[in-house]
Design a protein around this ligand. Structure first.
Ligand SMILES: [Cu+2]
Length: 126
């Protein structure tokens, strides 16, 4: 019993060490975009932070949201979660609930003051 406890603690520790938080950056239509997760991704609630900048100045008047989705697979329906971000201390914070492990594709979208919608596509593993 004791050994099992120690073993599961080690397994948990390895799991934590292996799963790094998401920390991505890219650019779209002249905007520099970063996407970071608060912690390593888990099945359940995950908080993400997005920053936007243009010409080195942060952009805080955009509307930011993200759609995370997993295509339909044999024996598993299509899944998706859309999170809308709120501006907190100059960063866009949003909650994304991931219902299972696997590869999640996402579209990160931001609508800027000029009314244009910009979209980045990528994926994360959980
Ligand atoms: Cu799935």
């Amino acid at each position: 019993m004791k050994l099992l406890k120690i073993f599961s603690m080690i397994a948990l520790l390895i799991g934590v060490l292996n799963a790094d938080p998401i920390d991505l950056s890219g650019s779209k239509d002249g905007y520099e975009v970063t996407l970071k997760s608060e912690k390593s991704l888990v099945v359940g609630d995950n908080y993400f932070y997005v920053t936007l900048a243009k010409d080195g100045k942060s952009v805080t008047n955009a509307k930011v949201k993200a759609k995370f989705f997993m295509p339909e697979m044999p024996g598993m329906p299509y899944m998706e979660y859309v999170g809308k971000a709120k501006l907190v201390d100059g960063k866009y914070k949003m909650l994304i609930n991931l219902t299972m492990s696997g590869t999640w594709q996402y579209h990160l979208m931001f609508k800027t003051a000029d009314g244009k919608v910009h979209k980045l596509r990528s994926s994360v593993n959980l």
